[in-house]
Design a protein around this ligand. Structure first.
Ligand code: F6P
Length: 548
């Protein structure tokens, strides 16, 4: 798309940045009483407020032109209609088909995938209900009390985040997550579980991931050693969620407990598939479908709305604006909602595994910044850890603030304290506090001239820090589904602007390859000298000091 990778609109945006840098968000609000109205969108009980950004009409016009010059509209259609946009793996990208609530067909290679999608969903939902309602029994005839999802990356972060977020909808079965290959993870999780009432879900798209297969083997060993049952009992206590049916069977999972999906579902986009089985067991099939529906509503909005009123498109373009024209290398996500404790961690994989890349569609290295570092955690905790840097540090860090109007705990009074902080922080970040304001405060407090001079520069807040606000009425399954879909589509749009394949992840391969060799080095009796001096010395030190 870009001549020399940057087109005319790009240069216009560079010049426009120099102009708009002469004003401030605060000033832009003063100049336009309708600014909030113009730069906010209501959708499904949720307000998306983009007005506290360093943007004006010209910025948005240019950013939308940038999207048009990237052929965004036809790229969106290509994704939804099953074109193989994941071109390095020759795969379609169709997580949207998993939540397609319409009767419209979706084709991959001329085959309508929707009947398979609906069948697998129904099979998984009826299994989830039977576990949730105590109908599915363990080998000894007792109902399941604990479910352990063993998976990593997309086979862990999505389900774990959603189970946490929707825990007010959970039933009596407890859901646990084991992901790390650190043996401490599984041994700590299994410590208080009872084999005869525990069900393991082995969640792995490939069913070859070292961490997951290693933990699955451990779980099987633990079950057989502690249940007193024979291997025929595995059929009641192990299920698999995977695209690799052959490997599931080889592991010993009973055929009726294998739930499948397809290579056109990326790992980090798979919570909508049977990878979400732990979620369905926790919140029930009806709520799981509402979760899918929330995402579907956002899919319709994304596909059909003009770019100027399109939430994921605007979020993506505003992110591009800061990353490429203001030098922002990170993006904070700060939910003021305890239930969204794991949301930022989930987004890290979604965004950074998708757009943490430097090679464009033509196979050339890009000449511009791509995916930012995504980070953050819940407010108000974060106010007491990293907000100092947001307010007075030297870097520009755009931040998304997310909160619910109504408390799920029922304590609306204390919730109001939370929300007052939520509103105050985006206001403070934008407004700042200038020299004169600080000076008059210090004078009013009766400080000496010397003390005023000493303190004054430290107490100035430059302000003009951009934020988006997402404010929903309540964190329901629909709201959460919609929220995740916004970020999925945002990542997609940014990938289009940066000309990246957002759906492969070759960058995770090298470390995996080297780890295999190093595991062999451990088994080798002699001193290791096949690596660089540092790696050799560390491996040898490990071997000399490990307890065997
Ligand atoms: O880390 C690479 C990765 O392939 C992720 O993309 C994926 O979500 C994770 O590993 C787990 O893969 P699987 O579901 O195949 O075990």
């Amino acid at each position: 798309m870009f001549d020399n990778q940057k087109n005319e609109v790009w240069y216009q945006l560079e010049n426009h940045k120099i102009e708009i840098d002469k004003t401030s968000i605060k000033q832009l609000f003063k100049e336009d009483q309708y600014r909030f109205k113009k730069y906010s969108i209501s959708f499904m009980d949720t307000i998306f407020d983009f007005s506290k950004n360093i943007i004006n009409e010209q910025t948005l016009d240019l950013l939308i032109k940038l999207a048009e010059s990237s052929d965004l509209k036809s790229k969106i259609d290509a994704m939804f209609t099953g074109e193989k946009i994941n071109f390095t793996e020759k795969r379609a990208v169709l997580h949207t088909a998993l939540r397609n609530m319409s009767d419209n067909p979706v084709f991959v290679d001329g085959h309508n995938v929707m009947p398979d999608v609906k069948n697998e969903l129904e099979k998984a939902m009826s299994f989830a209900e039977s576990v949730r309602n105590g109908i599915h029994k363990g080998f000894s005839g007792k109902s399941i009390t604990d479910v352990v999802n063993i998976g990593i990356g997309g086979s862990h972060l999505g389900p774990d985040m959603v189970c946490t977020a929707l825990s007010p909808y959970s039933g009596s079965v407890s859901v646990h997550f084991v992901s790390n290959v650190d043996p401490t993870d599984i041994s700590e999780k299994l410590r208080n579980l009872i084999p005869e009432t525990t069900l393991f879900l082995i969640a792995s798209k490939t069913f070859t991931t070292q961490e997951t297969m290693s933990n699955a083997g451990k779980a099987k060993e633990w079950f057989l050693n502690n249940s007193g049952a024979g291997s025929e009992a595995i059929a009641y206590h192990f299920a698999a969620l995977s695209t690799n049916i052959y490997a599931c069977k080889s592991f010993g999972i009973a055929e009726q407990n294998i739930f499948g999906f397809w290579d056109w579902v990326g790992g980090r986009y798979s919570v909508w598939s049977v990878i979400g089985l732990s979620v369905a067991i926790s919140i029930g099939a009806d709520n799981f479908k509402k979760f899918l529906n929330g995402a579907y509503q956002m899919d319709l909005h994304f596909r059909n709305s003009d770019f100027a009123k399109n939430i994921p498109v605007l979020m993506a373009l505003i992110g591009v604006w800061y990353a490429n024209f203001w030098g922002a290398s990170t993006q904070a996500v700060i939910p003021y909602d305890q239930y969204l404790l794991k949301f930022s961690e989930f987004l890290q994989q979604l965004d950074m595994e998708s757009n943490g890349k430097r090679i464009n569609y033509s196979g050339d290295e890009v000449s511009y910044t791509t995916g930012p570092v995504i980070w953050g955690t819940i407010g108000t905790n974060s106010q007491h850890s990293f907000f100092q840097l947001l307010h007075q540090g030297t870097q520009m860090i755009p931040a998304d603030f997310i909160a619910g109007i109504n408390s799920r705990s029922g304590d609306q009074n204390q919730h109001s304290i939370l929300l007052s902080n939520f509103f105050a922080q985006t206001e403070a970040l934008m407004r700042g506090k200038n020299h004169d304001e600080v000076k008059s405060e210090l004078e009013a407090a009766g400080l000496s001239e010397n003390d005023i001079n000493l303190l004054l520069p430290h107490k100035i807040f430059p302000g003009n820090k951009p934020t988006n606000t997402i404010l929903y009425k309540e964190l329901t399954p629909e709201t959460l589904g919609m929220l995740i879909a916004i970020y999925e589509h945002k990542v997609f749009v940014q990938g289009v602007i940066w000309e990246l394949n957002s759906y492969d992840q070759w960058g995770v391969e090298l470390g995996k390859q080297l780890a295999k060799g190093i595991l062999n080095d451990f088994a080798n009796q002699g001193e290791i000298n096949s690596h660089d001096a540092s790696t050799n010395a560390l491996i040898n030190y490990y071997k000399d000091n490990m307890k065997v």
